[in-house]
Design a protein around this ligand. Structure first.
Ligand code: FE
Ligand code: ZN
Ligand code: FE
Length: 163
């Protein structure tokens, strides 16, 4: 699609986020499986539930956009982040693997924070406060997930240093 106005940018941003969320829903169960720390395992499981809800929020927005194909895009950025994360921990020992997974998961959150912040702002500018509100709820969850990972990392990184 040729991007010609802010509405086109919003549609593209939402399609990108939709693809990203679908990929994250696939990746998080594997990450929870591989995590050694119970805290980290729990954080991944909780964020999986939140991510399913985030996908539903995007579905709600797409339902108000007739003619838009929500599955049109593949987010290559998210593919890259997930792929790099898998390679990073492939041969790592358990403590180091947890630290590596946190680094990768925080990249995921930061990518989403950028996308949702932008989409929220576009939605407001385009006179769609109800979409902006849904996007803001998800944005707050992503920021919270990122902060939680930072807290867990404070301990895990020290354990990895001792490994
Ligand atoms: Fe998300
Ligand atoms: Zn993307
Ligand atoms: Fe997230």
């Amino acid at each position: 699609m040729k991007i010609q106005n802010l509405n086109d940018l919003l549609v593209d941003e939402l399609q990108d986020l939709y693809s990203a969320e679908k990929q994250i829903i696939e990746a998080l169960p594997k990450m929870a499986e591989k995590a050694t720390s119970p805290d980290l395992k729990q954080a991944f499981k909780l964020h999986l539930e939140q991510t399913r809800e985030q996908r539903r929020r995007l579905d709600q927005i797409f339902e108000g956009m007739p003619g838009v194909d929500r599955d049109k895009k593949t987010c290559k950025g998210m593919e890259g982040i997930i792929d790099e994360g898998e390679k990073l921990i492939k041969d790592a020992n358990p403590e180091t693997r947890d630290a590596g997974m946190i680094s990768s998961a925080q990249r995921v959150e930061h990518y989403e924070i950028a996308g949702y912040g932008t989409a929220r702002t576009y939605a407001n500018l385009l006179g769609r406060p109800e979409w902006a509100r849904l996007l803001q709820v998800t944005l707050d969850e992503e920021k919270d997930a990122d902060r939680k990972l930072s807290t867990i990392a404070e301990r895990i990184n020290v354990e990895a240093r001792a490994a």
